[in-house]
Structure formats: structure tokens, C-alpha cells
Design a protein around this ligand. Structure first.
Ligand code: ADP
Ligand code: MG
Length: 521
């Protein structure tokens, strides 16, 4: 064999060795990749187990909610549930007449609203609504600056709207004022601002009466208007629900945050007996609205994971709002992000660099919902959203499936816990039909029609969340009893409800226009 032949043989030999080596590497890689994939599935299975909410556990949450409600009503600080007395003892019933206004101070925007009531339930809609951003500099200035700005806008709105009615400027108007900041009410139309949230920091307002501050600004701006109702947004939702349907006994908001309120027997509010007696509430009314602040509910029966624990520890308010952190729109996407980050530490299949996925709150809940609800066979939407969010190349299909599954587990748990919370309220007021643990026997407990007014972007815009919640209600109560519990979406209760409460409290002479008409057991 010539030299060339020998050389050729050597080359062939080398190629063969290299091919074997490449195959070996490939086999090694695929073994490693299978092992990593198994670890990802392990994380998934662990999450699924930790988030399990079988009906037995949900019933324990129902009971815990009812017990905590009792405790919160018995003494100040008796429970994580604050169970705040709202002094609202008169809910609108559809007979109200006149023109009323509302001011909704929620966060970055404020809204002004006018309704014209003619005494027939359905004739008020649509109301006139205008929304304006609050200039950034006013969020950290003085209360005079903030409320002068709001009063001037309100005055301009009122004058513009009333030209067409030929309304006399001397005529006094009534206003409902919705505040989505923590307020300790001192009467139906007054309350002390406990603290600011959402970027506000007006120090001379904290500890002062927020309704009075607005009232003074209205006077300074020459607007003849009286603040007759200071309203928490859940109470507004309840008011709107009750206006449409007198069987409405509770209201729940599930949006960025979550909260609930309900109609309680005044004599059950043990911690406020002195107050309710002196205010005349006890004498005049058998029922009053309690703002639960249920976002802070906690029970050892809640299925908590390491992701929840870390999220809480790293939040600006650790050990607070425990229920809210498992349920509301602010947090669901963030829980999913934490799970996928954990998986990405096991495998690079999600395409995302760890640093990208390490950004807290980068995965917002609406985006999570869009991925969760992707019905395309190859989960195209998941791929697109994931790539857009993290600026990564295409995500393999099996990774897309895992992302959807994580969204499903987190949302399902949230929705089912919210359902248990709602049944907890019904149990507390004896409207669960006695079908829940420790109740009366089913035979002697007739289930009464109970309406729960509900609003918030998570419930109204996230179909899977809504369906899981309704499914859990049926599971907990049983199909028959669940038919008597109606969840009714009330659009814009926080604004409209305040105007209706202004109308109701303005025309308040005790019965028949009282929460007595709610006919509690
Ligand atoms: P807020 O609670 O801030 O007063 P909303 O009641 O409108 O306002 O709720 C908005 C919240 O609802 C968002 O922060 C988000 O968490 C959630 N949300 C809104 N749209 C969707 C959606 N399409 N899918 C899932 N969640 C949504
Ligand atoms: Mg809201």
C-alpha cells in the first residue's frame, strides 16, 4: 500500500473514532437531559401535591373562616381578620330618587360619577363617569393640595353635567366617597386614614378624618356638596348588589387584591357593643355591614408551599395579607414565576436565562391567564408570550405544557380557596344550608337564596379562575344547595355603589329602607 493509501486508511480510522465519540457525547447528553427533565417533573409533582385542595380540606378552610370571623367580632385583635364596623346600616333597595354623586379614590386615578335615580330599580343606568389621573406630585404633597385638586375637578364636572337639568347652584348635593386605602370608620360618613399605600405619601393626612378633609376642600372651592357616605370598595359592591337584588348578603372583590364584606347581625359584633349602643345603631337597626379585610385571613389548613413562604418573606409586608398572597391577581403570576425559576435551575428547557426569570413580578397575571387559556394544539400563544416576556428563543413543546400546568395548579388552588372563603361567610350567617361540617342536620335546614355580589378583574377576566371557583362552590355545598347561592357580577360597584349609599343614607328613615329587609336568619 502506498503512502497515500495508508494516509487514507488513517483518515477513515480517525473519522470512525470521532463518530463513535460524537455518538457517545450525544448519548451522554441525552441521558443527562432525560435526568434533568425528570427533575423538572419532580418539581411539578411536588407543587401539585403541596397545592392540593380536596373538598375535605376546603371544608376545613370554610370552618376556619367562620371561626376567625367570630373571633374578629368578639374582640379587637382577636383574629387576623379585622372585621371592621362600617356603620352602614342602610342599603339601597331600588326606591331611591334624586341625583347623587360619587368620588372614587382608588390609586393612580380618581373617578367622579353622577347617577339619576327615579325610584325604579333599573332606571339609573348608564351613569355619567369621568376618570382622571392624579398628578404624581400631588401624591406626596399636602392634603389641602390633593383635595383642592379633586374638589376643583369635581366642581367642574358637576357644573357641566347640571347645565342640562337647570339645577340651582344653591341646591345641596350628596356625595358618596369611596376610598381604597385602609380607613378606620368613625361613622357612616367619617373615618381616619390609617396609612397610605400604592405610592401615596401625604403625611399630614395620616391619622386624620379623610371625609372631613374632602368636605373642607369642597367648601373652599365653593361646591355645595355634603359627604354623606364614606365607603370601602367592597361595601360599594355590596350596595350595588343589594340595589339590584335584596337577597344580596355579601360582596367579594378579587382583582389586584382581594377583600369581602357582608351583612351581620348588630348584636353579633360583640367588640363594638358600647359603640353601637351609643351611636344608636343597636336601637335602630338589627343588621350592619362588616368589612372583613379578608386578605389577611390565615389558617394552618391553607395549603402553603415553599414558593408562598419565600414570596411572603421577600414582600414589603411579611406575615400580612396571607390569604391575599395565595389568591389575588397581584401574586398569581409571581408564584408561577418562582416555580418556573426553580425548574430552570434543573434544566435549560425553558430557554430563559436565570437572570431574566429572577426579576420579581416580571410575569403578570393577565399574561399568565393568556398562556393558561391557550387552546391551540401546539400552544403557540404560550411560546409567543414566553418569548416576548423573557426575550428568549423558541420554547420546546414539552416545556410549554409544563408552563400551562403550573399556571393551572396555581390558579385552581387560588379559585378553590376563594370559594371556601365565600362558603365560610355563608356558614357564619347560617346560609350554608347546614351542609358544612358541624352544622344542623340537612333535614331541618332549608337553604335560602343567597346572592354574593362579586367584582374584580381576576374573577371577571380570567375564565379558568371563575370556572374553578364555581366548581368548588358546587363541590363544597353539594349540587342542590349550591343552586341557592348566586354569584352576581356587579360592574363598577366601588363607584356606583357609593352614589347609591349616599342616596340610601340621605333618605334614611329606618324601615322599610334598611338592611332589615335582608331578612337574616
Ligand atoms: P383593582 O383590583 O386594581 O381595583 P380590577 O378589579 O380591575 O382592579 O382588577 C385588576 C386585576 O385583575 C389586575 O391587577 C390583574 O391581576 C387581574 N386581571 C385583569 N385582567 C386579567 C386577565 N385577563 N386575566 C387574569 N387576571 C386579570
Ligand atoms: Mg378595584
Amino acid at each position: 500500500m502506498g503512502r497515500i493509501g495508508v494516509g487514507a486508511m488513517a483518515v477513515v480510522g480517525l473519522v470512525a473514532v470521532a463518530a463513535v465519540a460524537v455518538a457517545g457525547v450525544a448519548v451522554g447528553r441525552s441521558v443527562r437531559s432525560r435526568r434533568r427533565w425528570r427533575r423538572v417533573l419532580g418539581v411539578l409533582r411536588e407543587l401539585e401535591d403541596a397545592c392540593e385542595t380536596p373538598v375535605g380540606r376546603l371544608r376545613q378552610v370554610v370552618d376556619a373562616m367562620a371561626v376567625e370571623m367570630h373571633a374578629g367580632l368578639a374582640s379587637e385583635g382577636g383574629s387576623k381578620l379585622k372585621m371592621l364596623l362600617t356603620f352602614v346600616d342602610t342599603l339601597p333597595n331600588g326606591n331611591e330618587k334624586g341625583i347623587y354623586y360619587a368620588l372614587d379614590l382608588g390609586g393612580t386615578n380618581f373617578r367622579v360619577l353622577q347617577v339619576q335615580l327615579e325610584g325604579r330599580r333599573s332606571s339609573i343606568f348608564p351613569p355619567e363617569v369621568e376618570q382622571q389621573p392624579i398628578p404624581q406630585h400631588l401624591m406626596t404633597s399636602t392634603r389641602e393640595d390633593l383635595f383642592d385638586f379633586i374638589a376643583a375637578s369635581l366642581k367642574e364636572f358637576v357644573e357641566r353635567k347640571e347645565v342640562s337639568f337647570g339645577y340651582s347652584p344653591e341646591k345641596r348635593r350628596e356625595l358618596g366617597f369611596t376610598v381604597s386605602f385602609p380607613v378606620k370608620q368613625t361613622s357612616v360618613s367619617s373615618g381616619i386614614l390609617i396609612r397610605w399605600t400604592k405610592g401615596f405619601a401625604i403625611h399630614d393626612m395620616v391619622g386624620k378624618d379623610i371625609a372631613e378633609s374632602l368636605q373642607l376642600a369642597l367648601a373652599r372651592n365653593g361646591l355645595n356638596m355634603r359627604v354623606v357616605a364614606l365607603v370601602n370598595d367592597t361595601v360599594g359592591t355590596l350596595a350595588l348588589g343589594h340595589y339590584h337584588d335584596p337577597d344580596t348578603v355579601a360582596a367579594v372583590i378579587i382583582g389586584t387584591g382581594t377583600n369581602a364584606c357582608y351583612v351581620e347581625r348588630t348584636d353579633a359584633i360583640i367588640k363594638c357593643q358600647g359603640l353601637v349602643t351609643t351611636s344608636g345603631l343597636m336601637v335602630r337597626f338589627k343588621f350592619t355591614v362588616v368589612n372583613m379585610e379578608w386578605g389577611s385571613f390565615w389558617s394552618s389548613h391553607l395549603p402553603r408551599t415553599s414558593y408562598d413562604i419565600d414570596l411572603d418573606a421577600e414582600s414589603p409586608n411579611p406575615n400580612e395579607q396571607g390569604f391575599e398572597k395565595m389568591i389575588s391577581g397581584m401574586y398569581l403570576g409571581e408564584i408561577v414565576r418562582r416555580v418556573i425559576l426553580r425548574m430552570s435551575q434543573e434544566s435549560d428547557i425553558f430557554g430563559a436565562s436565570l437572570s431574566n426569570l429572577s426579576i420579581p413580578f416580571i410575569l403578570r397575571t393577565p399574561l399568565m391567564a393568556a398562556m393558561h387559556e391557550d387552546n391551540s394544539p401546539d400552544l403557540r400563544e404560550v411560546d409567543e408570550k414566553w418569548r416576548e416576556m423573557l426575550e428568549v428563543p423558541e420554547v420546546p413543546k414539552k416545556a410549554r405544557k409544563v408552563i400551562v400546568k403550573v399556571c393551572d395548579i396555581v390558579t385552581r388552588r387560588a379559585a378553590r380557596l376563594a370559594a371556601a372563603g365565600i362558603v365560610g361567610i355563608l356558614k357564619k350567617i347560617g346560609r350554608d344550608g347546614g351542609s358544612i361540617t358541624g352544622g344542623r342536620s340537612r333535614g331541618d335546614a332549608r337553604m335560602r337564596r343567597s346572592v354574593v355580589a362579586i367584582e374584580g378583574g381576576l374573577y371577571t377576566s380570567y375564565t379558568m379562575f371563575r370556572e374553578y371557583l364555581l366548581e368548588a362552590l358546587r363541590e363544597i355545598l353539594g349540587e342542590d344547595d349550591a343552586r341557592h347561592v348566586i354569584l352576581k357580577v356587579t360592574e363598577d360597584g366601588s363607584g356606583l355603589g357609593a352614589a347609591l349609599l349616599a342616596a340610601a343614607s340621605h333618605s334614611s328613615t329606618p324601615p322599610p329602607n334598611t338592611v332589615d329587609s335582608v331578612q337574616m336568619p
